[in-house]
Design a protein around this ligand. Structure first.
Ligand SMILES: [Ca+2]
Ligand SMILES: [Ca+2]
Length: 358
């Protein structure tokens, strides 16, 4: 089954605003592993989200049965050094500590100037209307009934002034959501947080290795049992997407972190709740280009999304509260998804990694 290319459609519906933000991110640089190593973890963050030691080792990355998407093949051997990973997704409490300490303003909160927007458009493009310059982010809005699942515009709405503090729009807030994962954060926002915290984003290989929790060839962080079978194992979509959610896992939208059992490495919500940014560019062909075995790979240098080639994207992993078999099966440990670095979504967050000083 081909996963709907929701990112490219989202990009079309918000193209001017999103494209402009992309341009702003062009100079964004990730902290190097060395920089991250040299920076101590912020004490408040160490307390809020203790990191877990992921023991180094070798594994086969990618799918080895017929359940994957084309970009999950072929399987290839990866060797990783030990590293640390946040036990759970970065929460609103953690992100609030970062903002309080730094005054950081997220991508979704920044007004876009006409000059910035024009610079990102083709030469000769008409000057955009001022209504295109208002910040905002993409919010999930359920439909009344069944819809064509190939058209994501039916359940994604670009809400003006939606941001991490106002996840459903300007009238909403995050009171009582301190332990929920922060959402509406761009890749740049995640990088800025990680740098401040003394951490970095995990590579895609680290993320998949960690999600497997020591299991070798199993579909989910907990093993082979389908997430809709037996006891709830992850916050996903129960029922018919996007109009009927039976909430048999206990949650309609995001859930507090650590609401579901940890995997073998004591990591929570590696499947479901919110998608998580990784450090790597998305390249649909990157697995095919990998050597027989690679050591600490950092992904492709050439972003490549055949569905939307003009917009480079970063890999996101793990699925969200919106995933179900009939829409997307992002909760599989090998499932890859991609989105533009400037994207803010109500189901996208992150967790951080840290290298071990040698
Ligand atoms: Ca749910
Ligand atoms: Ca997650």
């Amino acid at each position: 089954m081909q996963l709907p290319n929701f990112t490219s459609i989202m990009h079309r519906i918000t193209l001017p605003a999103i494209t402009a933000i992309c341009a702003l991110l062009a100079s964004c640089q990730a902290p190097t592993a060395k920089q991250a190593q040299q920076q101590p973890i912020q004490p408040v963050i160490e307390k809020l989200n203790p990191m877990v030691l992921i023991p180094g080792g070798s594994f086969k990355m990618g799918a080895d049965d017929d359940s994957g998407m084309p970009d999950e093949y072929p399987q290839h051997a990866i060797k990783l050094d030990s590293f640390y990973l946040d036990a759970h997704e970065v929460t609103n409490d953690e992100f609030a500590a970062f903002v309080a300490a730094t005054g950081y303003i997220t991508t979704a909160e920044r007004p876009i100037t006409k000059e910035e927007l024009m610079a990102s458009l083709p030469p000769g493009a008409e000057e955009p209307d001022s209504s295109m310059l208002i910040p905002g982010s993409l919010v999930f809005v359920p439909t009344e009934g069944p819809v064509d699942l190939r058209d994501v515009r039916q359940w994604w709405s670009f809400e003006l002034y939606a941001d991490w503090k106002h996840p459903k729009g300007p009238e909403s807030d995050i009171k009582g959501l301190g332990k929920h994962p922060v959402v509406h954060v761009s890749w740049e926002d995640a990088q800025a947080y990680a740098k401040w915290a003394g951490k970095r984003l995990p590579t895609e290989a680290e993320w998949e290795y960690a999600a497997r929790g020591g299991r070798k060839a199993e579909l989910y962080p907990w093993g082979m049992e389908h997430p809709q079978t037996g006891k709830a194992k992850a916050n996903i979509w129960n029922g018919h997407f996007p109009y009927e959610n039976t909430e048999t896992d206990g949650f309609y939208g995001t859930s507090p972190v650590k609401s579901f059992p940890a995997n073998g490495y004591q990591l929570y919500e590696m499947s479901g709740n919110v998608w998580e940014w990784t450090a790597d560019w998305y390249d649909a062909q990157s697995y095919a280009a990998m050597p027989a075995e690679s050591h600490n790979p950092t992904g492709s240098n050439t972003p490549n999304d055949p569905d939307d080639p003009s917009n480079p994207k970063r890999v996101i992993r793990g699925g969200s509260f919106m995933c179900s078999d009939e829409y997307c099966r992002g909760y599989r440990v090998t499932a890859r998804m991609k989105t533009t670095p400037s994207s803010g979504l109500s189901n996208l967050g992150f967790r951080c990694a840290k290298s071990i000083r040698k």
